[in-house]
Design a protein around this ligand. Sequence first.
Ligand SMILES: [Zn+2]
Length: 216
Amino acid sequence: MEKPIYPTMTMRITQGYGIGSHRNSFAIDEAGANTGIESLRAPFTGIIKKIYTADANEIWLESIDKVEYPDGTIDYMTVLFAHDNDVSNLYVGKKINRGELFYQEGTKGNVTGAHCHIECARGKFTGSGWYKNSAGYWSIINGKAPEDCLFIDDSIKIINRNGYNFKKIETPKPTVTTKPVVKEEKIKDNKKLIFTCIKKGIYAIELNKGDKLYLE
Ligand SMILES: [Zn+2]
């Protein structure tokens, strides 16, 4: 099951949720590594459910399957992205794979400085996707704090996490090769046959200090 990944390789949150134009919402602004335009990847494998070009080129990406939330909740997730200057490569119904770069920071809509406005929500795309909240801002339906939805990993460089603690995806541990069980057999010169290869391939074995290998 997919764990939604934070969409930029560099985290630099320039505006958190609950303040300014993010009042009464869980919206964040992500500005990436620098003032330039950075691409964003899909947090999960999803389908584009809506594109709204009349404002900030908002798109809603809904997960194809249920995903795992950092607290262990299993449910669908929908994420709203805004400000890409050009979404002509996207269309409703388009499938985007997890990790695929599909959206960009930009300045479309009433903003200064290239960034991406991101809002996460629990569940599937609902109604028109958003509602006008009590502070007068359009906000995703069923919004949820980004750190309660998205994971980070060691590849993400964090410049500013705005005080939010994102759960880290564990790096998979390397598989330990088990010591092969071999039948010892005495051969000439007091050497012991330890292994007879039955199939061409690359083999790895674990050795203890002092072990000796003989190959014929
Ligand atoms: Zn914003």
